[in-house]
Ligand binder design. Structure first.
Ligand SMILES: Nc1ncnc2c1ncn2[C@@H]1O[C@H](COP(=O)(O)OP(=O)(O)OP(=O)(O)O)[C@@H](O)[C@H]1O
Ligand SMILES: [Mg+2]
Length: 236
């Protein structure tokens, strides 16, 4: 468990081009919190700011009581935040198991790594069957499993996932959502960035909508689906 991740008045810019204009957000333990928003609205930028990849130019990000904005990425990760980036890149010339090992902390004990590996194989039996196959030869959906599995190898307290359903068939998208729910039910908080509004709202406990770098709305899935502005933007 952790004390909530609190984002306050977050401003992020690339050079002179400001992309996030004062965003406030809370990510709580135990929950799936989702972030919806059109292409280019700043979703991945917000993740980059949390991870320390693009340091904010204003505002604060507090995780578990500690200010993390401005920390380098490895220090953020060491505090228990893992991210599965957009495009879910795997190391193509490494086997499935080697890919998973890359997600373990460098200083994790061998027994801890074995435990986490067993947990990942329990969630994804397909990966266990194909542990010695080169990741680059796995199907798109299987590669998605590898990247989620790698994110779980560090047993994070908060798992951030950027658009996991991009480019997957409808059946695999549904499978992905089932897996994300299972990971959350087993105790990991999830911050899910998605464009698949209906399925995302069906598994999230709380959500935010970003529009051109500003929050358009925040609320429970029920509140968001009944919000007039959100409806206009997403449900026609
Ligand atoms: N490294 C960068 N340098 C300059 N501008 C950038 C950079 N990365 C992103 N941007 C710009 O910032 C804005 C927000 O991009 P971001 O990737 O955060 O959007 P997004 O909501 O994740 O979009 P998508 O749904 O397409 O992934 C866009 O206008 C984008 O062109
Ligand atoms: Mg993005």
């Amino acid at each position: 468990m952790f004390r909530p991740l609190l984002i306050e008045n977050l401003h992020v810019a690339y050079g002179k081009a400001e992309v996030l204009f004062g965003v406030d957000m809370e990510i709580h333990p135990g929950r799936i919190t989702c972030l919806l928003g059109a292409n280019g609205s700043g979703k991945s930028t917000l993740i980059r700011a949390i991870l320390g990849l693009t340091p904010p130019c204003g505002g604060s990000i507090v995780f578990d009581g500690l200010e993390i904005s401005g920390l380098p990425p490895h220090k953020v990760v060491a505090r228990g935040i893992a991210c599965i980036p957009e495009g879910r890149k795997v190391f193509p010339k490494m086997t499935v198991e080697e890919n998973l090992r890359m997600g373990a902390y460098q200083n994790a004990s061998a027994s801890r790594t074995r435990e986490n590996m067993a947990r990942v194989y329990e969630i994804f039996p397909r990966l266990k069957e194909r542990r010695d196959q080169l990741a680059g030869t796995m199907s798109g959906g299987e590669q998605a499993m590898v990247s989620i599995g790698r994110g779980l190898m560090g047993s994070p307290r908060l798992l951030i996932i950027d658009e996991p359903s991009l480019g997957l068939s409808p059946a695999l998208v549904s499978e992905n959502f089932r897996i994300i729910r299972r990971i959350n039910e087993a105790g990991t908080a999830v911050f899910l960035v998605e464009q698949n509004v209906r399925q995302t709202l069906s598994i999230a406990h709380y959500g935010y909508v970003l529009s051109q770098g500003k929050l358009l709305a925040g609320g429970t899935p029920n509140e968001l689906s009944n919000d007039a502005e959100v409806r206009r933007a997403y449900f026609g």
